[in-house]
Write a protein of this length. Structure first.
Length: 133
């Protein structure tokens, strides 16, 4: 059993809300999606707070922890897709490369994550669902 996460607008996640909040929303979104992945499938092991911390002080350390977090989150999204009975189309390498291009990883990852939540039309956020795999 798992819990449904929130489907979000990809452009809002990538550009709109980060601009309005002066970048703070990016950290909030990163925490939320990692937490949703953990609640969706108990086999996905992640500490959402640690994922965010990889961004903040990690950026000061040449970005290495941040890029590891981006890659690992891509792997988690792919696992969630498979658990939903979908093909694992999320590619963490693509997400990592998009991290170097205007932060497009957030647009890509939210789009891939939305595919999982689309498998449960009409299910409210947090409602229990049966996993396929």
């Amino acid at each position: 059993m798992g819990a449904v996460g929130k489907k979000r607008n990809v452009v809002g996640v990538w550009l709109g809300l980060p601009l309005i909040t002066l970048g703070i929303y990016t950290y909030v979104w990163w925490y939320k999606i990692n937490n949703e992945l953990r609640q969706y499938d108990q086999r996905i092991v992640v500490n959402p707070a640690l994922s965010v911390l990889a961004f903040i002080p990690g950026a000061a350390l040449c970005g290495v922890p941040m890029f590891v977090s981006i890659y690992k989150t891509g792997e988690r999204i792919r696992k969630a897709q498979i658990a939903a009975g979908l093909p694992g189309t999320c590619n963490p390498v693509v997400g990592l490369l998009l991290g170097f291009v205007f932060g497009l990883y957030s647009l890509y990852y939210q789009g891939e994550l939305n595919k999982v939540w689309d498998c449960y039309p009409g299910a409210p956020v947090g409602s229990p669902v049966q996993l396929a795999a």
